[in-house]
Design a protein around this ligand. Structure first.
Ligand SMILES: *Cc1c(COP(=O)(O)O)cnc(C)c1O
Length: 221
């Protein structure tokens, strides 16, 4: 069962801080998503394409579905007809494919560039130079069916708060610098997706505009 009491307090926290709550429903049944939907939640995040496609088909059409997990180029076509935002764009090749598939569906898909901010080697994401290369490419300049609306990052999995805070600050700095260098005129470039169940308050304190919370809403996986 979804934790509706916690959902309500988290929603008002988000309202107060002008942050968007992405309710991360991965591995959870449609019935639990329906509980949060009935309580008013409309933005849900999934990290696997197949699961996202299956759930989208079974749930109301006014849900905004966010893909938050690593995305393989060959799977973009399955979500392009409906996905509201992709948080995990980590290469030009992937963005090109999103642009191509969005064009086929006559859509513009909002995307976040995922940055590597954690100490762990395993996490996906761009570094500064890679992001600049992407944004300066001719290919990016010609894209008409994607809109880069901000950045996403995942902090190191640790209980060292100072470490996590440092990484969130790093992402905020990347955001500020990209905003002034490449998106100065673009009001839509405004999202910083950072913060999960264990660190969302810290993230919002460091400038997050979008938190991705799963286990606190739905219980452990
Ligand atoms: C699972 C997941 C989350 C949510 O994690 P919780 O700790 O359950 O809140 C957030 N972001 C990404 C990318 C995830 O895969």
């Amino acid at each position: 069962m979804a934790n509706i009491n916690f959902y309500q307090s988290l929603s008002s926290f988000c309202l107060q801080h002008e942050a968007t709550l992405v309710a991360v429903s991965k591995t959870k049944p449609v019935s639990e998503i329906e509980e949060l939907y009935a309580a008013g939640q409309r933005v849900f995040g999934e990290n696997r394409v197949q699961e996202l496609v299956d759930k989208e088909a079974q749930l109301p059409k006014d849900i905004d579905w966010h893909l938050i997990g690593h995305l393989q180029t060959n799977k973009v076509k399955y979500i392009a007809p409906f996905v509201a935002m992709i948080h995990s764009v980590d290469s030009l090749k992937l963005l090109q494919e999103v642009d191509k598939q969005a064009a086929k569906n006559d859509r513009v898909v909002d995307c976040l560039l995922q940055f590597h901010i954690a100490e762990e080697e395993t996490k996906f994401g761009l570094d500064w130079a890679e992001a600049v290369d992407l944004l300066c490419s001719e290919s990016y300049a010609s894209m008409q069916h994607v809109r880069v609306v901000g950045l996403m990052g995942m902090a190191t999995f640790t209980d060292k708060e100072a470490q996590v805070q440092k990484e969130f600050r790093q992402l905020k700095t990347y955001f500020d610098n990209l905003k002034s260098d490449y998106f100065a005129e673009a009001a839509y470039f405004k999202e910083i997706s950072m913060g999960m169940s264990g660190d969302y308050e810290l993230a919002v304190g460091e400038g997050s505009t979008m938190i991705r919370v799963g286990s606190l809403l739905f219980g452990g996986r």
